[in-house]
Every structure is written in structure tokens, then in C-alpha cells.
Design a protein around this ligand. Sequence first.
Ligand SMILES: [Mg+2]
Length: 278
Amino acid sequence: MREFIDSLKQIRLAIFDLDGVVYRGNKLIQNVDKIINELKNLSIKVVYNSNNSTISRQAYVERLKSFKISSERTDFYTSASIASAEITKLKKNANIYVIGENGLREELELAGHRVQTNPSIEDIDFVIVGLDRDFTYEKLSIAQKCILEGRAQFYATNADSTLPVARGFKPGAGSMVNALITCTGQNPIRVFGKPEPFGIELILQDTQIPPEQACIFGDRLNTDILAGNRVGIMSIAVLTGVVTREMIEEVKNKESKFDNNLIPDLVLENLGEIYKSN
Ligand SMILES: [Mg+2]
């Protein structure tokens, strides 16, 4: 068995971002399948934390299976499943209006909530907004009514401004969230995805592993690394996705105006660097 670099010796929980860390688009990043299996063999708990609310956890199990990585639904914490878990703490069997896709609807229904597509406005307890690639003016005006004329509370899965695709970027969930902010004059009560701490806090609570023994591997400073640092787990930037060494140098620059929580504790060219080279 290969030996870990010293800074990782205490780790018992590894939280992986998915896109840019495990795979890029529909391609597995080289050797990640083997590394994840080795971590599991070392009794390190492996879970996945993604801001993507459009696919359900079950669909993620299938996706990783296609990369020869075995997992269970409960290994995934998506902004949709985190939203569902947190909303359930507020109210069971709630009536919810969703701007979002199947992943979000499925997670809410799985927890016993009723997702209404054509609601009577007064019935709606929560409006939850995530990425919706069939976003319409009609959906926006129903959500606006539920909040302003009804008694619905406004929540969001995540606020990512952009969505990385094979070539460049498309609008992210934040574009829909901001549309609703504009027409209601209200901000979401909570945004569940990274860089907010709720997902990682839920993972630590579910696994009962203390923050000093946990780490997050991510490829974005303003979501993965910021969330990890806010909760006080080890934050590890992997250069297989969005973030580059130049971007990290920029946030480290003492003269820069960036939040110190954007600075990762550790930077790896690729996941293979978790091992000592000899
Ligand atoms: Mg990523």
C-alpha cells in the first residue's frame, strides 16, 4: 500500500466535489477510480458533494457506476438533497413550488413533500429555486405570487452564476435565483449549496467524524474551498478542473482584496499527489 503525504495522515473522511475532480463532462479523470477504491480500502469514508441540483442521488450512483466506482445513494450530498434535508427539518410534508429540474423534485418527493406544479398560491409553504433549463416567465410569476401574495418562504439550492459545459459556460442557478430576488425584493432565506456550510455540516453530522479528520477535494475556490474553510475542514484544491495555480497565487497575494477563506490548505496537480513519491 502506498503511503499518504504527511498532511493527510489524520484524514478519515474525504469529501469529493464531482465535476472537475472525479470527472470532466462524461470522462473520468485519470486514475480517480483507483484512488477512491484505495481510500475506501484504508477505511476512509468517501462522500460526494455537488452543487448540481438537476440530477438525483440515484442518478449519480448510476453515473459513477459507469466509471467503475461503486457508491450508494447516501454517499451523495447534492444541493437538492441538502435542500430537501434542511426543509424537512423546518416542516414535514410541505407544499412546495419548485423552479428547478427532476433532481430537485425527486429529492423533495422522496422526503415526503408535495411538489406542486399548478398550485393554489395560499397552499405553498416554500418556493425553492435551482437550475432550471426550462425556466419560463410563467414559472417566475407563479413563484413571485407564492411569495408576495401567499405565505411561501424563499429558498435556493445554490447561487452559482455560471454552469461549466464542454465549451465554455451557460447560465447557472444563480441567474434564476436573482430573477426571483428582483421581482420579489426578497433574498432567499438560505442558499443550501457551497460555499454555504450546510452540506459539509450535514456530512460531518451524518458520519460523526470531527472536522479535524475531514477534508474536501474541490476545483473551485469560491465554492468548494470557501465552504471547506468556513467549516474548518482541510481544503484541498485539485488542478484538474476550473482552478489554476495563477488563480491561487492571486488570492494568496497579500495586497489582494480576496477573502482568506479562498486560500486552499493544500494544492495538488492531480489526486495521485495524495501519495508520497519515492
Ligand atoms: Mg467542480
